[in-house]
Design a protein around this ligand. Structure first.
Ligand code: SAM
Length: 266
């Protein structure tokens, strides 16, 4: 691939998906593109046309591009904050895991809410169909579940009958989650309202500042007053919104949505 093509493809990905690929990912993406061209017997221009007209080819490319690294209870101070928030919530809670990858984050939230005996529902979204399908299957290796306490493993997991040495999340937890494929850069957003808690970690790091701001504004729209948006500790810390107030919690980055006052409406 020549330099012009490289520049074209990296900016195409940024414009369509918002992703600003770090250097190491750029190299990986180039390899993915070249393999794709090779397989389909297309040159760079022909591949572009194909991607724009064939959702299956586009979806496959996205799956190969997505950085889906995740783990159960990945950032403990954030889950500690969520625990406190859930304890203060009315009985029924709606949560959104935005950029849920293969589901570990979703099941961590579900485990926490179950332990607190909450009546809850989780909406889980991701750009990658492959990641979502893993999240829905909810089958994890021994290595993956090492981040769960023995107690949680025993309460929420059972040995998989199909995959030796793997564990699957039990059905009662699975019933609490609805999965949707969704691109956070989509200006229309999802038709969600009155969400109590949004958990969006390790997604925004790949976006430029203005994209982060637009996404955060859209996410915030869907929260109820008093609802909380939890981000990764070093993500978009400079974001400002007239109704957003920083939650004071050691090691975590979160914003609570204030109720609108007459001054805000005027
Ligand atoms: C590194 S994983 C983070 C997973 C999880 N939130 C965590 O913190 O462990 C990033 C996820 O964001 C998703 N993602 C990237 N760009 C996205 C976009 N524009 N819209 C929705 N999801 C996106 C990727 O597919 C990937 O699954």
């Amino acid at each position: 691939m020549n330099d012009d093509e490289r520049v074209f493809w990296f900016s195409y990905i940024e414009n369509t998906l918002g992703l600003q690929l770090p250097a190491i990912q750029q190299r990986r993406f180039e390899v993915v593109l070249l393999e794709c061209m090779n397989q389909l017997q297309l040159d760079s221009e022909q591949l572009l046309v194909r991607l724009q007209n064939d959702p299956a080819v586009w979806a496959k490319l996205i799956d190969q591009l997505a950085i889906t690294e995740t783990q159960f209870f990945r950032h403990l101070p954030s889950y500690d904050l969520v625990k406190g928030f859930l304890e203060s919530c009315p009985e029924s809670v709606r949560m959104w895991s935005a950029g849920c990858s293969s589901g570990e984050e979703v099941w961590s939230l579900a485990m926490l809410a179950t332990e607190l005996e909450k009546d809850f529902q989780i909406i889980a979204t991701d750009l990658s169909g492959a990641a979502l399908s893993k999240a829905q299957q909810a089958v994890y290796t021994e290595r993956k579940i090492q981040y769960l306490t023995r107690q949680r493993q025993e309460r929420f997991l059972e040995a998989s009958s199909e995959r030796a040495g793997c564990y699957r999340v039990n059905e009662s937890l699975k019933k609490t989650v609805s999965f949707f494929q969704h691109n956070l850069t989509d200006e229309q957003g999802l038709p969600l309202r009155q969400i109590d808690l949004i958990f969006c970690q390790n997604v925004l790091i790949y976006f430029r500042g203005f994209m982060q701001r637009d996404i955060l504004n859209r996410l915030f729209e869907t929260l109820r007053p008093g609802g909380v948006l939890v981000l990764g500790p070093s993500e978009a810390a400079s974001w400002k919104h007239p109704l957003a107030e920083r939650v004071k919690h050691a090691g975590a980055l979160a914003y609570i949505k204030k109720a609108k006052t007459v001054k805000d409406v005027a």
